[in-house]
Design a protein around this ligand. Structure first.
Ligand code: 173
Length: 322
């Protein structure tokens, strides 16, 4: 039987109560909305180890695991309500908390630049006010999304095709004529196996972690947007940290982001790996490819402006390419 979210939540709260920490040490409970064996968590694990080794007496992270604990699309709400303190998550998975969460896929400048140009603060104002969350940092960058598909197409037209989505892809794929169905990552393999969908959206990296390469014939290039995977924290839990704890957290998160150059190389490796297992690339001519890419952003911003005009207007200049 499926354990209810509430039973899980109650168990997590209990677990927190028994861990009586030393006066100046605090332990935050972290959940990932992405699977534990996937690249995002693989990269986070050594960071958590280092965080805990260097943070003795200050701050510790208790990693409780992936979406088996709390379903991927519920993790945002669990952070908002304080059921958990911190999560590795993507905005597309918590549009049920605030539609603006999905806007972060539209950033075209690095997280380092976002910290400099005011985007990071602007994001935090919204995350604080609408999500009861602190936006902590972004350890994944340079991971464009792609359409993976099992039927060959020769132009950007998905008419008659059923494509697995999250909110990331909805308006763009619909504009391309697709029938779309929202499916959490953990259920995509079965959907592909049963032929429930003809394809799916996912970043350039990570399909092997989910075994989707077994059920994938083509990848459409170019990619578009940038997969946003970030650390978020319950706002009251964040505010409860002492100055020393907050400084320590910030220092470690900046060190994590400083390793983001990993992702460009990972893109090259994953692209090569897809080719090696026989996933063919569908490429459009240059003009069509450019129109496809530009349309993704045009539709992404149009949707954002419809959902939340004032916030979209605040974000847009800060997210735009320099
Ligand atoms: O496709 C998805 O599940 C999705 O929205 C996403 C977002 C960020 C990283 C990986 C996947």
């Amino acid at each position: 039987m499926k354990k209810s979210v509430f039973a899980t939540a109650a168990a997590l709260l209990l677990a927190a109560d028994v861990s009586v920490a030393a006066a100046q040490e605090t332990t935050v409970r972290l959940i990932s909305a992405f699977a534990e064996n996937g690249i995002y968590v693989q990269r986070l694990q050594p960071w958590i180890e280092k965080f805990n080794a260097e943070g003795k007496g200050v701050m510790q992270i208790n990693f409780l695991g992936g979406p088996k604990n709390i379903p991927a699309f519920e993790v945002g709400n669990a952070v908002k309500t304080g059921v958990i303190d911190m999560a590795l998550n993507t905005g597309a998975f918590y549009t049920n908390v605030m539609p603006e969460a999905d806007f972060l896929k539209l950033t075209q400048v690095s997280i380092a630049e976002q910290r400099k140009n005011g985007a990071f603060e602007a994001i935090n104002k919204v995350w604080n006010e609408k999500g009861n969350m602190q936006y902590i940092g972004r350890p994944v960058e340079n991971q464009p999304f792609h359409i993976y598909i099992n039927k060959k197409i020769d132009k950007p037209d998905l008419t008659g095709l059923k494509i697995r989505i999250t909110p990331v892809y909805r308006s763009f794929f619909q504009a391309l004529g697709a029938n779309v169905v929202t499916i959490s990552p953990g259920e995509v393999y079965t959907a592909l196996e049963r032929g429930v969908v003809d394809g799916y959206g996912w970043p350039i990296g990570g399909i092997f972690d989910l075994n989707w390469q077994e059920k994938t014939k083509y990848r459409i290039d170019p990619g578009f947007y940038d997969a946003e995977v970030s650390l978020i924290m319950n706002l009251p839990a964040y505010k409860k940290l002492t100055d020393a704890q907050r400084d320590y957290l910030n220092k470690q998160v900046l060190a994590l982001e400083a390793q983001n150059n990993f992702w460009a190389q990972y893109t090259i490796e994953e692209t090569e790996r897809q080719k090696k297992v026989g996933i063919e690339t569908i490429r459009f001519d240059d003009a069509t490819a450019k129109a496809f890419y530009d349309r993704a952003y045009a539709i992404g911003w149009e949707t954002a402006e419809k959902q939340s005009p004032e916030i979209a207007a605040r974000f847009k200049p800060l997210f735009a390419k320099k």
